[in-house]
Design a protein around this ligand. Structure first.
Ligand code: SAH
Length: 250
């Protein structure tokens, strides 16, 4: 079994594959002013098994195309959508986020929680801009510094793992420089990271290690996650996910 399969096995049973929460998705919906609109065409990019997709499906009127490049996650999302009575509102699409098959100016909403880093934030917001209708909403969560200075250990870790990490003010400037106007920003909390994401994942470590019979690869994956969790627990005041809500101007 390869490394990708290991990551799939680690994450597929999670309610979510990244930090977040239904309350955060709901707050972003409110900041975007989407509650009372009807017939929305929505894409959820890097949807995983559908944490945000299902919250959007419950709260918004319209149709959601849920995009991920892992068909296994999409299968699980379809199952969850069926159980939630939302199957009719959600279509899955196996595609890479940098090769989306949407028509220019066709979407009212592009949602992406904890996923746009796979393209890089700036490349991602530039790329999806063309698919939004004028006035269309972009809502993304993205790794962000919460202060302008931080301990070297933390700085060095993320500059190596994700060099695009930056302050909210810098991310907002990138939105403003690329055809968007900001509607709102808020930081995700420890609850979104620890209770909703890390703790449930920690409970899956033993099962993963048993399934892989403690191979070096599986032990390394678990160790890397444990190190990331320890780093978050130590430095949560300095970094986390920022949720950015903007709309397309022009
Ligand atoms: N939005 C979900 C999942 C976040 S994890 C949630 O908040 O729970 C990031 C997701 O992006 C994973 O499901 C992963 O499979 C997907 N992904 C990573 N690279 C991708 C790419 N190039 N194209 C499409 N999806 C990608």
């Amino acid at each position: 079994m390869d490394d990708l399969q290991l990551l799939i096995d680690l994450h597929i049973d999670g309610d979510r594959q990244g930090p977040g929460g239904d309350d955060a998705t709901t707050q972003a919906i409110a900041l975007a002013g989407l509650q009372n609109l009807s017939g929305l065409k929505i894409a959820d990019i890097g949807c995983g098994t559908g944490a945000a997709t299902l919250a959007l499906g419950r709260q918004l009127d319209g149709h959601i195309t849920a995009v991920d490049f892992l068909p296994q996650f999409l299968e699980r999302l379809e199952q969850r959508a069926g159980e939630a009575g939302l199957a009719g509102k959600i279509t899955t699409l196996a595609a890479s986020m940098d090769a989306l098959p949407f028509t220019p100016n066709s979407l009212d909403v592009i949602w992406s929680e904890g996923a746009i880093y796979n393209m890089g934030f700036e490349a991602g917001i530039k790329y999806v801009h063309s698919f939004l209708k004028p006035g269309g909403v972009l809502a993304v969560s993205e790794l962000s510094w919460f202060t302008n200075q931080r301990p070297a250990e933390l700085h060095d870790h993320w500059m190596q793992a994700y060099p695009e990490v930056d302050t909210a003010s810098a991310k907002i400037a990138q939105l403003e420089n690329n055809g968007y106007s900001l509607l709102g920003y808020f930081p995700l909390t420890r609850t979104h990271w620890i209770d909703n994401y890390y703790r449930p994942m920690q409970h899956r470590f033993d099962k993963l290690l048993a399934k892989y019979r403690q191979t070096a690869e599986s032990v390394a994956v678990v160790q890397a996650e444990r190190a990331e969790i320890a780093l978050y627990e130590k430095y949560a005041d300095y970094f986390g996910y920022g949720f950015y809500i903007a709309h397309k101007v022009g």
